[in-house]
Design a protein around this ligand. Structure first.
Ligand SMILES: CC(C)(COP(=O)(O)OP(=O)(O)OC[C@H]1O[C@@H](n2cnc3c(N)ncnc32)[C@H](O)[C@@H]1OP(=O)(O)O)[C@@H](O)C(=O)NCCC(=O)NCCS
Length: 165
């Protein structure tokens, strides 16, 4: 599914032309606060290459998101992630600061969860969230993810949520 739409967002499979939008997103300290910190353009370039390779390998990954007037709003997707040596599939989302508080993350989380569990028939999806990221935790809880455990990842306190098919 290279393109899809929700009520207010259009999603397009990540590709090279999205680099400038991603660089701007990742340079914002507010956005990157719970994503491991601000990323340089070089790091985002590597991030883009890694996530495009994920698409090639698995047939799903990250999409960039636009509002109905075509403005870049953020990125979201589902992707493989190793958690304590276990291959899991996580849901991920990040929006430009000006688009927070409008229900966009809840809208895309619902669509991606449905895609992962119903269409791809994955047994479960997880969300890994910095413990202090109340907005993201709320997004997962609204999509019926259940708190599974707390752990430390890359030196940060995180919580892991899971939703099963
Ligand atoms: C986290 C993020 C994706 C949320 O996006 P959003 O579009 O603003 O989220 P929504 O509007 O769909 O929902 C947010 C919910 O959290 C609530 N909320 C906001 N701030 C909160 C806080 N500090 N503590 C608890 N709940 C909070 C909102 O009230 C809303 O709940 P409601 O619908 O019941 O009112 C957005 O802030 C973001 O992109 N942050 C930077 C990247 C990031 O942290 N990504 C997640 C990594 S795990």
């Amino acid at each position: 599914m290279e393109h899809f739409s929700t009520g207010r967002l259009t999603a397009e499979r990540l590709h090279e032309a999205h680099l400038a939008d991603l660089v701007a997103l990742h340079r914002d300290a507010d956005v990157s606060r719970y994503l491991g910190g601000v990323r340089t353009p070089e790091v985002t370039k590597t991030y883009l290459a890694t996530n495009m390779a994920h698409w090639d390998q698995h047939g799903f990954g990250l999409w960039t998101l636009r509002t109905q007037d075509g403005a870049f709003a953020g990125r979201a997707g589902i992707r493989h992630i190793l958690v304590d040596d276990v291959d899991e599939i996580e849901i991920a989302y990040a929006f430009k600061r000006e688009f927070w508080g409008l229900g966009f993350a809840s809208e895309i989380a619902s669509a991606l969860t449905d895609f992962g569990l119903s269409h791809l028939e994955l047994p479960s999806l997880i969300g890994i969230v910095y413990t202090g990221n109340g907005a993201s935790r709320r997004v997962l809880e609204k999509s019926s993810y259940l708190l599974e455990r707390s752990t430390i990842r890359h030196g940060e306190d995180v919580v892991i949520y899971r939703k099963r098919r």
